[in-house]
Design a protein around this ligand. Structure first.
Ligand code: ADP
Ligand code: TRP
Length: 292
């Protein structure tokens, strides 16, 4: 039985992109594999500097995994990255064999350093910590969203280099993308991310969720005009949540005109509530049981 492993940073409450792109596909795999899932709170320190916020994000991230159906009574392990100090110890050994240009060329570092005001060394060495997260546990399969593929390539290079230099030590892992290979767009159309503040929090109170969905960016076409569903963020997200028939219907509305972006957003809000009803309830129950 291959060992699978993945992590989610506790840099905010897991959002729609995390849930569809990482949590649900990983839980599906966990049903037939030995699974290690963790909350990457050390990675979150690259952006979060407040203790209370980090603690509440960590609890919310754990609650999201459990609310989405992770069964920890079935040989699956859910843990916090910082509970295992060996991960940072191994990171130092790996840092010392990682070529500087490999990190300097990572897309994620380039994107983040263009967008964030705090460009710290943790952001730069982020992929080495990720490599350590993976190879410390001899993980074989790493389910991740498309944005993380380069990080897994870096992990493979580091593991292979270590093995070549010091003898066979680590398993060289493989990324596993969900079949749909998706990058869920955020409310501004770029990749939905906790760090870009463009996310939809499916666990938020209704009024907050509604506000997030209502602020999805669209063009300024009038209600009467026909619209192109393929250029519209609202439709792109709706398609991932609603049934095929409902998506087809919305597509027709767009093409026919007489249907405004406000209508589409309202439909998206309602189907989000409907699709994640069980998860929202469970998430709130778990938070009530925590000390938050
Ligand atoms: P964020 O970018 O919001 O901080 P993380 O980096 O913690 O999210 O990502 C955790 C997991 O969720 C990763 O496997 C990542 O690929 C996946 N993921 C994050 N954002 C998206 C997205 N917009 N679409 C699909 N998957 C995503
Ligand atoms: N960097 C990943 C992300 O932002 C989170 C993460 C940290 C991770 N360590 C990992 C994912 C190890 C998979 C395996 O999405």
């Amino acid at each position: 039985m291959p060992r699978i492993l993945t992590g989610i940073q506790s840099s905010g409450t897991p959002h729609l992109g995390n849930v569809l792109g990482a949590i649900l596909p990983a839980i599906e795999l966990s049903k037939h594999n030995e699974s290690f899932f963790f909350i990457a709170d050390f990675h979150a320190l690259t952006t979060i500097k407040n203790r209370e916020i980090l603690i509440s994000n960590t609890i919310e991230t754990a609650a999201a995994w459990l609310a989405c159906g992770l069964n920890t009574n079935d040989g699956n392990i859910l843990y916090k990255q910082s509970d295992i100090p060996q991960v940072t110890e191994l990171m130092w050994y790996l840092n010392c064999i990682t070529p500087y240009p490999m990190l300097a060329n990572a897309h994620s570092f380039k994107d983040k350093s263009n967008k964030l005001s705090d460009v710290n060394a943790g952001l730069f060495t982020y992929p080495v910590l990720m490599a350590s997260d993976i190879i410390l546990y001899d993980a074989e399969i790493i389910p991740v969203g498309k944005d993380q593929i380069q990080h897994i390539e870096i992990t493979r290079d580091i593991a292979a280099k270590f093995n070549n230099t010091f003898g066979e030590t680590f398993v060289v892992p493989e990324a596993k993308l969900d079949d749909k290979n998706m990058i869920i767009p955020g409310i501004d159309g770029s990749k939905m991310s906790k760090s870009y503040n463009n996310y939809i929090n499916i666990f938020a109170e209704e009024s907050v969720l509604k506000k997030q969905i209502m602020s999805i960016l669209t063009d300024s076409k009038e209600l009467a005009e026909p619209k192109n569903p393929n250029n519209c963020n609202v439709f792109q997200i709706y398609k991932l949540i609603a049934s095929k028939e409902e998506s087809k219907k919305m597509e027709e509305h767009y093409l026919n005109g007489g249907y405004g972006y406000g209508h589409a957003k309202k439909a998206l809000f309602e189907s989000t509530l409907e699709k994640f009803k069980k998860e929202r309830t469970k998430f709130n129950e778990l938070l009530q049981q925590s000390d938050l």
